[in-house]
Design a protein around this ligand. Structure first.
Ligand SMILES: *Cc1c(COP(=O)(O)O)cnc(C)c1O
Length: 476
């Protein structure tokens, strides 16, 4: 017992630790309370270790010598934002868990201008009276898509719910069984339908739905025909579904609105850039769909939003639906979306400036160049005795439930560490101050060059060194 008391006495007091320069300096950049709490917590951890272990004096002194570093790490962590940037090494371009699409760097000024100043958000500058926040995006969406009218809500889930609630409340909506989708995060067509008050009438079978399936189901109670993009899966083999074009004659014959949830909402022909062909919003409109809904932050490459395009009479009633208020977009979204959509006025500019499109269309030779550059930066600063580093061929994914079968050839940095568990290394990289999210495959770490920018290379190298250091790995 006496021995333990002696060991406890070796631990510096809070005030003493606060006097240490490197710790004291922290107070310039963060609240003093965070620093003091971090000191107390590290001291408490050490006391606990002394209590349960039979440490010798040298061991305790060694632990004490490491205290300042641990305190600084802990304080930095406590002081960092909870929502923070990460490095996407996964190669999944539209990764819903880490922020989906990135905003184009060039439009930040526009968002800032709206953020720090008053704006005409709901003010009609012509009339000098109250205006509508939905007016700002209408013209540009109409111009790009060819629709009659447009409005924007918080996300596509809201767009679908608002559409069904406005057009089909207490009435029936006919949809193919092959399109009763669930996408991640609990968006399921049958559930959304129920929430909207519309009654789901599923027709056809999982793999085949014919026009006569739809026609047979039409009654007095039918309010709309619905087509849903099977974003994240495909039914292959003995299968057929109906396109909007094929449904059109039926919609005309029975005078019913045709609604299409397009999911991703592509505005340009992606097959020109080596990707699988994906029907565009413009085509849906051309094929006579009355209301098309799609996301702002999937393949469109803008902010989170749900875009509704189509016949004015339906959109007018949507604006009167009380749900619209609950789903309304904020001014940052409107400004980011307007600026993103303007890039689409010239397709070459869109592909160059919108990160999602740029990452998806980047040439493999560019990826190879980037891979070599990153490889050299890592090799330059790391001892390769304990780890192996290679540039390898692999595949990236589009993500966001878009083009699920598409495997895009890419280049990756592959790291294998002999002495340590790959999962421990992967975790260490996630714990870096700018967390690095990687892919683990067969005991190797992969960093896909498609989803990292060159200006992130330094962070990646520092993060790898941090990771190795943490594992006491192959540091020089
Ligand atoms: C992604 C998706 C949604 C949901 O869109 P959010 O913008 O994430 O709300 C709805 N329908 C389909 C077909 C989708 O792919």
């Amino acid at each position: 017992m006496d021995q333990k008391k002696k060991l406890f006495k070796l631990i510096p007091k809070v005030d003493e630790l606060l006097e240490i320069d490197s710790i004291n300096k922290l107070i310039e950049n963060m609240p003093r309370k965070i620093v003091v709490d971090s000191i107390r917590e590290e001291i408490e951890l050490l006391r606990k270790d002394i209590r349960i272990n039979s440490f010798k004096e040298e061991e305790v002194n060694e632990r004490i010598s490491r205290l300042p570093g641990l305190i600084i790490d802990r304080a930095d962590k406590k002081n960092s934002y909870k929502l923070k940037r990460v490095i996407n090494g996964t190669g999944v371009v539209i990764h819903t868990n880490i922020g989906r699409s990135l905003i184009s760097e060039g439009i930040i000024e526009n968002i800032k201008d709206i953020a720090v100043n008053y704006s005409n958000l709901e003010y009609d500058l012509d009339k000098g009276e109250r205006g509508s926040r939905y007016s700002h995006l209408k013209d540009i969406i109409v111009e790009i898509t060819g629709g009659e009218d447009a409005m924007v809500v918080n996300n596509n889930a809201a767009a679908v719910l608002l559409t069904l609630s406005t057009i089909a409340k207490n009435k029936e909506v006919i949809v193919s069984r092959g399109e009763l989708i669930e996408i991640g995060g609990s968006f399921r067509i049958p559930d959304v339908m129920e929430q909207s008050g519309a009654i789901l009438k599923a027709v056809g079978t999982t793999n085949k739905t014919h026009l006569w399936d739809f026609e047979k189901a039409i009654t007095e109670e039918t309010a709309a025909l619905l087509k849903v993009h099977t974003s994240n899966y495909r039914i292959l083999g003995f299968a057929s579904s109906l396109s909007a074009e094929e449904l059109y004659p039926l919609k005309e014959k029975y005078n019913l609105p045709l609604i299409e949830d397009l999911g991703s909402g592509v505005l340009i022909d992606l097959s020109k850039y080596g990707l699988e062909y994906e029907p565009t919003v413009q085509e849906s409109i051309k094929n006579g769909v009355d209301i098309v809904t799609f996301s702002g932050d999937k393949l469109l490459g803008g902010p989170q939003a749900g875009i509704i395009v189509g016949k004015k009479k339906y959109i007018d009633s949507m604006k009167k639906n009380p749900l619209t208020r609950a789903f309304r977009v904020d001014k940052f979204t409107i400004s980011a979306l307007e600026a993103t959509l303007r890039l689409y006025l010239d397709e070459r500019v869109a592909v160059e400036k919108i990160p999602t499109l740029k990452m998806l269309s980047i040439d493999i030779s560019e990826l190879e160049k980037k891979a070599k550059k990153l490889y050299n930066s890592i090799i330059g600063r790391m001892d390769s005795n304990n780890c192996r580093l290679e540039i390898v061929d692999s595949y990236s994914e589009v993500g966001g439930g878009s083009l699920p079968l598409e495997k895009i050839p890419t280049k990756c940095i592959m790291l294998s560490i002999e002495k340590y568990k790959v999962t421990d290394f992967e975790r260490a990289l996630r714990e870096y101050k700018v967390p690095i999210i990687t892919r683990v495959y067969k005991d190797n770490i992969y960093i896909d060059l498609r989803t990292v920018r060159e200006d992130e290379f330094d962070i990646i190298v520092d993060g790898l060194l941090y990771g190795f250091n943490k594992l006491k790995g192959c540091i020089k």
